[in-house]
Unconditional design. Sequence first.
Length: 252
Amino acid sequence: MIPHHTVDGPEGAAAVLCSNALGTTLDMWAPQVDALSEAFRVIRYDTRGHGRTPATGGVLGIGDLAEDLTDLLDHLDVPRAHLLGISLGGVTALEFAARHPERTGRIALLSTAAAIATPAFWADRVRIVRTGGMAALAGQGTRRWFTERFHREHPDLVRRFRRDLTACDPLGYTACCRVLGQTDLGDRLTAVRAPALVLCGTEDEITTEAAARALHAGLPDSRLEAVEGARHLVSVEAAAVVNRWLLDHFRS
């Protein structure tokens, strides 16, 4: 499986592989591209069923999503990469790092946790999509992603994220919901040897600050940072401060 992807930055530079959140596309990393691509080869891709990567039939597991990263890196002839993942992308990055320590540089885990929400939460998400389609999630999705202030100050950007959410393949989206519903990497964290940056928004109701602290505590080598007043898509809502932390982390 070679997902749809783009590459920015100097050829031959250390690679940063970016894994997107559930319901978004590789475009969600636009606020990071200019900052990171001056020094790094920035690889962005669309998770299965998102953007221009098709959904695949059958039941998915977190291992399938992690091995999509392996296939992509092989396709690009990249032996080793830093990982930048948010939400579902963060869980994917954790699984990849546990499976492939020799191919993992540093990892940045944004708005994520060893287990996100509960199986019942994700089962309800699947039910909503089955009965009302992706459009039924649009309003609550962006409210969870961004603060009310961000909605007021950046309505065009919020509309773009809502559009990308509603454009997701329902089968791909619900398959990824089931992946999150069945995934708990708590007992895998000690296998993640890469230095990690754990970053959260203090207003995030999906992956809370407490969940980020638990993730930080479970990883052998990690640093925790919290962005005051940001919600789930912290890389968009607080791009300037997030970019500073990412550059500091990946350059260390």
